[in-house]
Design a protein. Sequence first.
Length: 127
Amino acid sequence: MEQYLIDTNIVSDYLSASLPAIGITLLDAVIDAVPNISVITHIELLCWTTNTETGQKVKNFIADSEVMDITPAVIGHCVSLRKNKKIKTPDAIIAATALAHNLTIITNNEKDFAGIQELKVVNPHKL
C-alpha cells in the first residue's frame, strides 16, 4: 500500500465525518496502517479550539499517529521549495516532509501544493 501524509484539513474532515464514503474508506485504510502527520499538522491540531469530546478525539488521533519531525532532508526540500515556489512556510514543511519520506499528501487544499512536480497529492473529496 502506498504511504501517506495526512494534512490537517483532512483530519478535521475525517473526525467530523464530512468526507464522501470513498474518502472515508481510504482514510480508514491509511489510519489502520498507522497515520503519518507532519509536525506542522501536529501543532495545528493542538491549536484547535474545540469541545472536550472533540479535543480528546484529536489527542487520540495524534497519539495513534507517526509524527514526522523536521529532519535535515526535510529542511533541504523546504528551503528549495521556498526559494523556487511561492509557498507558505507551513505548507512548504508539509510538502518537504512528504518529499523527504516519499509520501503522498492527502489534502483538500490541492492549491497549496500546486506546481510541485515531484509531489504526489490525493484529495479524498475527489476520488
